[in-house]
Design a protein around this ligand. Sequence first.
Ligand SMILES: Nc1ncnc2c1ncn2[C@@H]1O[C@H](COP(=O)(O)OP(=O)(O)OP(=O)(O)O)[C@@H](O)[C@H]1O
Length: 443
Amino acid sequence: MSDVAVTAAATALAPEAAAAEFLRSLVKPAHILVAISGGSDSTGLLIALAEQLNSSLHSKVTLSAVTIDHGLRAGAADEALKVAALCAQRGISHFTRRWDGDKPKSGIMAAAREARYELMADLAGEISADVIVTAHTADDQRETLAMRRARGGKAKDEGGTGIADAMLFDRRIWIVRPFLSCTRADIRAYLEEYGVSWLEDPSNEDTRYERVRTRMHLAVQPPLVLAANIGAKRTALAEKAATWLDEHVTVHAEALCDIRRAAFSADPAVIAYALSYLTAVFGGGAYGPGRKQMERVRDFVNAGIPGRRTVGGVVFDLRREALFLMRESRNIEPLALAPGAAGVWDGRFEVTNQGLAPICVKASGMDGAQVFPPNLPRGAVQRARAAMPLFVSNDAGVAPIVAVAPYLAPFDRFLTRFDLMFADRLSIAFGRQAYRRLPLSVL
Ligand SMILES: Nc1ncnc2c1ncn2[C@@H]1O[C@H](COP(=O)(O)OP(=O)(O)OP(=O)(O)O)[C@@H](O)[C@H]1O
């Protein structure tokens, strides 16, 4: 058993206790949007929250519920109606939202999840909900960690977070998972006690899904193991990496950064964590490279021989005084924007066309403007300039008018609270506001 694992007996929370703890953590008044599929976990979460609120300890809390019909199964619309009926019985406002967009041929699960979060976040905006809650359980957590381990991931060390207990989606709304320390068995027993039934999702039995196979495998393993303090380890790492960032890293014009050589004598785990996120941000990726790749970069720096390496679309340019990072100026796709339209270019910049003509955003190449301080090495600056955005108007007579902001890809869609400290510092280094705005006192 790894050092991050503790037995369920020590940490599993009863559903009522988990609901009560979550309600206590909210800054009141609060409006909670419960994501309910109708399965046992999310039905349990809705009932547990409603019961706590009925006991009138939290009179300033409002509950609403949402079911997403992904348009993928014939029975889904019917299930949403059943959930709506349950909510009506309890006097809880219920909304159904349907995913009508084009469905991709591969990666349907990931696309459905993305669409689900998008629809829920939109609804939360419409009804002024402060927070969305989903009913991920300790069993889900255990399955996720087992799957990552099976894929050779880093679930066992501090880099592996599993499912986060709170996540900022799309810089818009926090999604919190109050049942992450509850077991499915306890939730079902709780519902049975209240005489509330739930829907069984047929895909839960479908062994074509990796999660279903993992669940079956885990069912015959020794008692439930929860990775309870993974979050604490990750938070500590994010805080150390934030300090490292403050002490050693300077960002220039949102496209070039230098890291003092002395930084590389720090704890390897801290360096790998920070470098991975820096690589994602400068390379425009949603995820950073794995720890092994970052350790190779660290070894390259510590070997001390000036030269260049490219990892994850980022050039690591080692000079005598510092390591410089910038986007590799190859493979950068142009982005067309109609008047008034906004989009993310190269995963790095959010651009809004505020002019009257259509524009194209592309890599500057040799035409890059001089936006960097004069004392930086020329080669590094030239490379960074070449990968900066250039705005070209489709109407030769009209100059492009744009608003540009750095887009920190790994944090702007799914920011976990473990990474909050590091994300805050990095966004400030990029001249952006920090992320902390939250209706939860626990965060
Ligand atoms: N169709 C749905 N409508 C509303 N909420 C849903 C729906 N599907 C899932 N959820 C919410 O998400 C939780 C987790 O569901 P599930 O494990 O099926 O999703 P997942 O795809 O594994 O997780 P993730 O939320 O990370 O995408 C549920 O307990 C519920 O709160």
